[in-house]
Design a protein around this ligand. Structure first.
Ligand code: NAD
Length: 247
């Protein structure tokens, strides 16, 4: 129970990695709050609420790329829970295309959600954490922020920027006992990976030293450590969680 009674906001927590992060935090004793644009978040909250000790509240229609929408979600969260101890900047989208073909709209859509969204949520939540003199912020980057990736100019720009922002915010917020870190996942076993042809999947897995792709729970476990008081002396870091795939 490393997170007993901590209030944790997870953006994009309706499904995928964000949902796994919430489930892990609940196990560790936290209260979960989802900020997601997708109404599915309501169902996710119901599903995770399972037992009386587990408290999850979903705020749907929250668009992280819109500062006012984030401000409203933050006010509603404070009204209900009184504080925010943990912020996980997880919401993200992809609009892949090669540099030659990428449209201005594709570029902007990904920058708006994956980069401006991280700024907006941290900008709005950090003053609360400053007042509390306590806070843990983790943003979800990606290994492509280190390696680059064909067809992902927009996504790579945002994910690499998160690595720099994390260092900047760690410097600015450290004196308020706020830790700011990032997690850079490798390929995670989502619906997307399941749809890849079996032979290609096996080829891909061969390149990963631990011999498998990641599970959403692998990312959730890394986040749980970084937001716990066990990591009080860790800040400004981006933890690669990829089974050694980028070695
Ligand atoms: P997902 O598509 O399953 O979930 C993303 C969630 O974000 C959804 O619930 C969606 O509704 C929400 N969202 C999208 N736009 C939003 C907006 N404007 N405002 C609020 N919520 C919004 O994706 P996932 O695979 O779980 O990815 C989660 C994070 O992990 C993303 O930042 C992604 O870039 C990163 N990541 C994923 C992988 C992978 O292999 N899946 C690898 C590296 C990094």
């Amino acid at each position: 129970m490393r997170l007993k009674d901590k209030v944790a906001v997870v953006t994009g927590g309706a499904k995928g990695i964000g949902k796994a992060i919430l489930a892990k935090f609940l196990q560790e004793g936290a209260k979960g709050v989802i900020w997601d644009i997708n109404p599915l978040a309501e169902k996710t909250a119901q599903e995770l609420n399972g037992t009386p000790e587990k408290v999850v509240k979903a705020f749907t229609g929250v668009n992280v790329s819109d500062l006012q929408s984030v401000q409203k979600a933050c006010e509603a969260t404070l009204k209900e829970f009184g504080r925010i101890d943990i912020l996980i900047n997880n919401a993200g989208i992809i609009r892949d295309n090669s540099l030659r073909k990428m449209t201005a709209e594709e570029w902007q859509a990904v920058i708006d959600v994956n980069l401006t969204g991280v700024f907006n949520c941290t900008r709005i939540v950090s003053p609360i954490m400053i007042e509390q003199k306590y806070g843990k912020i983790v943003s979800i980057s990606s290994i492509v922020g280190f390696t680059g990736n064909f067809g992902q100019s927009n996504y790579v720009a945002a994910k690499a920027a998160i690595i720099g922002l994390t260092k900047t915010w760690a410097r600015e917020l450290g004196k308020y006992q706020i830790n700011v870190n990032a997690v850079a996942p490798g390929v995670i076993d989502t619906d997307m990976f399941a749809s890849v042809k079996e032979e290609y999947r096996q080829e891909f897995i061969k390149k990963i030293p631990v011999g498998r792709v990641g599970k959403p729970e692998d990312i959730a476990n890394a986040c749980a450590f970084l937001v716990s008081d066990e990591a009080n002396f860790v800040t400004g870091q981006t933890l690669i969680v990829d089974g050694g795939g980028t070695l």
